[in-house]
Design a binder for this molecule. Structure first.
Ligand code: ASP
Length: 320
């Protein structure tokens, strides 16, 4: 078994510095070497560290594609991939890898830690070991190994900011990869994707500004799919529709998803062609908007792309 490890940074490989925790080259590499020497891991592991290692708060869509390209470039030299990553934007990267790699035939296991490997009581060693084992036995697709659980890469979210068990993912019957005849790479071009959360008394000027300045928008609406139906919000969403700016709505509730049409208070979105994100995570909705804008030109095709279930990003109740 040949495993490619793409080390991007994150707490797992950090040390304490005067400014706080910061990535340090060699931390993850040493831990992997020790596991191999001790016989805990029976695989050959080659490590590709991204330059520079980053706190994942600094990650951008360019980094998602750098990681994906690294995996594509490795070609047949590896059987599986482990990505070590900061937890803050790990869910975005997992979603992006799902959509970036059509025809993926290998497992990609993304992991990280809440405490650095260099600190006592760290969860890093366990996550790293579990990720390497999952890579050796896993099925094709993008998975997140964390706190003893293997989670669906297209449905995962960071749900806790300090507990070791920091990630959740809803179930899905579809594997987390894009089906395609041959393997490839979907690249991204720079896109302005805005995220607007509705609130009681929401400032519609901000939504209007986003509509005028963004290429696509994620609308975080209430509960099962409602938003304030004010003349200003209606005008902003109408302008988006007239200007062919795609908008996808996802619920502010972490569980249960949404269904536009349940309430009359969702009409303002339906009438303005807002795509129903159902129970897609906000992370996936944001990432998917980047791919949608980069891969497709026409407004109608973009809306169809956003609505379709590509990599199991929709839960059981919503997948058809
Ligand atoms: N700020 C860190 C990061 O995302 C947090 C972590 O890795 O847990 O890189």
């Amino acid at each position: 078994m040949r495993i490619l490890m793409v080390h991007t940074g994150g707490t797992i490989g950090m040390i304490r510095t005067q400014d706080g925790l910061a990535p340090r080259k060699g931390v993850v590499e040493d831990a992997v070497r020790n596991m191999i020497v001790s016989g805990e891991i029976a695989a050959s592991v080659s490590i590709e560290a991204l330059e520079p290692l980053i706190d994942s708060a600094k990650a951008t869509p360019v980094d998602w594609i750098r990681m994906a390209r690294c995996i594509v470039d490795a070609g047949d030299t590896c059987d599986a991939i482990v990505v070590t990553h900061g937890t803050d934007t790990l869910a975005y990267t997992a979603a992006a890898l799902c959509l970036a790699l059509p025809g993926l035939k290998k497992p990609i296991i993304v992991t990280g830690a809440m405490l650095p490997l260099t600190e006592e009581g760290s969860d890093g060693l366990r996550n790293l070991r579990d990720a390497l084992k999952a890579a050796a036995t896993g099925s094709p697709g993008v998975w997140v190994q964390f706190a003893g659980r293997l989670l669906h890469g297209a449905r995962v979210r960071k749900s806790h900011s300090s507990a070791f068990d920091a990630f959740e993912a809803g179930p899905s019957t579809a594997a987390p990869f894009l089906t395609a005849e041959s393997a490839g790479l979907n690249v991204l071009s720079p896109q302005k994707v805005g995220v607007f959360s509705v609130t009681p008394g929401a400032c519609a000027e901000i939504l209007g500004f986003a509509v005028d300045h963004c290429d696509g928008l994620v609308l975080r609406c209430y509960g099962s799919g409602t938003a304030p139906d004010t003349p200003q919000i209606r005008a902003a969403l109408g302008r988006a529709r007239d200007r062919n700016i795609p908008i996808i709505a996802v619920s502010q509730c972490p569980e249960g998803g949404m269904k536009l049409g349940t309430y009359a208070a969702g009409r303002v979105m339906r009438e303005n062609n807002v795509v129903d994100g159902r129970d897609m995570t906000p992370e996936m909705a944001y990432v998917k908007m980047h791919f949608c804008l980069s891969l497709h030109e026409s407004y109608a095709v973009r809306c169809d792309y956003l609505a379709k279930n590509h990599v199991g990003e929709l839960g059981l109740e919503f997948e058809h």
